[in-house]
Design a protein around this ligand. Sequence first.
Ligand SMILES: [Zn+2]
Length: 401
Amino acid sequence: MIFRSPVHYANGLIRPSSAGLTNPREVARQLAFSRREFLRSAAGVALGSALLRSSLPARAAVSPSKRKVVVITFGGGARDQETFAPEGQENIPHLVRELIPQSSFFTQVVNRGILGHYVATASLATGVYETINNFASLPPESPTVFEYFRKDFKRPASDAWVVAPSNGFNRIGESSNRSFGPGSGARVILPKYLLSAATSGSADYGHLLRDSYETPLYAPALGGKPFELEEMERILELSVDEFKSHAHTLSSPDELSVYIVRQLMRRLAPSLLWITMHDIDIAHAGAYSLYIEGIRRTDRLCAELWQTIQSEPEYAGKTNLFILPDFGRDSDDDAGGNGFQHHRTGDALSRTTWMMALGPGIREGTVFDRGVETIDFVPTLGALMGFSPSFSPGKPIPELL
Ligand SMILES: [Zn+2]
């Protein structure tokens, strides 16, 4: 048996290590405890509990028919030592100073599914641990949140959208489940696909066009019918020339996604809008500085989107924003991995993520460290918005209701 001395954070707390503990639940619990203490000291949040029923939200909830929901997956996965731990907080100043004080923050959101970006994001969107091949162009097998939402509320296609980073995500908006027919889910916009078509893959835009960071040789297949430039011009009222010239000013694919999201919010104001960030996943290339740059950019873009929500009349005062990662990354001391670079070991640290919720009806500045699962997310949205995610085995999170 190998004994390791515990690794301490700057504030003296012991950093959970999958090498030192054998019980994944204990690792997850310790990680949640550390996050809670970091947030209490850095963001001044209070400790909540399921019994805290007397603590009312700062802003009253809006009626389900008027409520809008924006979901951001904090994509690619980041570890605590580059984010919530004392030495990482300089990389997420917007989350720590602006968003967390306004949010209910859950420190222990466990993903018990497959740690591939497409299949994990599909699991988040269905409330079921999907087992589809992460690298195939397949729809989720269980109904998506978009299908539940549209069917139960009889909403048109224009009311639910996904903006995603990779061709491999093109089918995430609609499941293969037969209870829902073709065209009953969300349209997916792939900004990189659009930019590639607009520029014929010009090298000038190369930094915005790389589809996947997993391996240099892997190129995800494009399945289903993509949202095309002609639709961008007609539906988003964005000309190809304007799109190209604005893209030229941007530094990353996630910035391009946020640009498209803003067009969607202004033109269609969908009630359910899902944005999958992915810049952080550049960590697979092995350059720590690029990984950190990705975290800082994602931190800034999350805050910018929250500001956009406050400034758009269709969204201000009636929108809940949820930010959560698909999963984390490997720890430095796991012999089966290569540190921050990948998410291959499936250890408890890379499975134990977090979630923040903001907006009307949500308790502000409150942290909860009770364990929940990623498949609880869709049932929680169902309980908040009023639709029935009947295929999900997850449970609504009572602290958000
Ligand atoms: Zn990855």
